[in-house]
Design a protein around this ligand. Structure first.
Ligand code: NDP
Length: 266
């Protein structure tokens, strides 16, 4: 079966997520939080997760106040059984269908390559890469039943570190480089199922993850960035939202850089 185009629907339908169901991991803050709000703001019903129950409940309360349709559950994506439980919750919440999966939850420990222990290696790879692969696998039967025009979508939140080299993030870089190739492989394998798979590779974005980075390092980074600043979570979220829309129906297997031009400069 070929992936469906969207020639037969209206412009308004091409730019809407009305009636769709989405799962976003790591939605309690930062980029994931902005993606939840962007998807819900354009019509999706969203389920999100993170590890801190109190923080998540506070988010849920604020989303309810804003009238955004978002449900939450606690899940540590580094634990296989918790991923399985999360997808079971999603299955029940959305009656066996899912239109959008955003693999956003991730961590970036800073450490010289010689200092990593085997356990730390394993923990980071499980959190950033294995969880992404496994959640895609678990979501596959639900994404096949999606009804969104132009195909259901997986968006993996990668990083420019998966493509250009920085000191102190060797393992993070491997995990994000692996995510980029996973994205291309699944895009090829699942196009016949009408599932599009793309990745977003942000540059420096102002979130808790980057808040404590040394000011000198940030200044150096801005000097290599044509736009001379870091990005905001919503600037990543709006692209994630676009990739999930019927308007993006012929885009699959791509890694989209959102980095103020960092990766094109010397
Ligand atoms: P934040 O630290 O601000 O937010 C991370 C979110 O993920 C939180 O909701 C956190 O909640 C959740 N999370 C972390 N670990 C787990 C886990 N094991 N299971 C479930 N949820 C988890 O990070 P950012 O928003 O900055 O980063 C989001 C993604 O974007 C990451 O994949 C990161 O690698 C990527 N990225 C970020 C960049 C940046 O400059 N900020 C640049 C490039 C890529 P809790 O801790 O309560 O579980």
């Amino acid at each position: 079966m070929a992936a469906d185009g969207v020639g037969g629907i209206s412009r308004a339908e091409r730019w809407s997520l009305a009636g769709t169901a989405a799962l976003v991991t790591g939605g309690s803050k930062g980029i994931g939080h902005a993606i939840v709000e962007e998807l819900a703001g354009f019509g999706a019903t969203v389920h999100t997760c993170s590890r801190n129950a109190a923080e998540l409940e506070e988010c849920r309360r604020r989303w309810e106040e804003k009238g955004l349709p978002v449900t939450v559950s606690v899940c540590d994506v580094s634990v296989r059984a918790e991923r399985e439980k999360l997808m079971e919750t999603v299955n029940q919440t959305f009656d066996g269908k899912l239109d959008i999966l955003v693999n956003n939850a991730g961590q970036m420990p800073l450490k010289a390559a010689v200092e990593w222990t085997a356990d730390e290696y394993s923990q980071l790879m499980t959190t950033n890469l294995e969880s992404c692969f496994h959640l895609c696998q678990l979501a596959h039967p639900l994404l096949i039943h999606a009804s969104i025009a132009g195909g259901s979508s997986i968006v993996n939140i990668s990083s420019i570190s998966g493509s250009i080299a920085y000191k102190g993030v060797a393992l993070y870089a491997i995990s994000k480089g692996g995510m980029n190739q996973l994205t291309r492989s699944l895009a090829t394998e699942w196009a016949p199922n009408n599932i599009r798979v793309n990745a977003i590779a942000p540059g420096f974005i102002t979130t808790d993850m980057t808040r404590n980075i040394d000011k000198n390092i940030l200044e150096q980074e801005y000097s290599k960035t044509p736009m001379r600043r870091s990005g905001e979570p919503v600037e990543v979220a709006s692209t994630a939202m676009f990739l999930c829309m019927p308007a993006a129906s012929f885009i699959t297997g791509q890694v989209i850089f959102i980095d103020g031009g960092r990766t094109i400069s010397g």
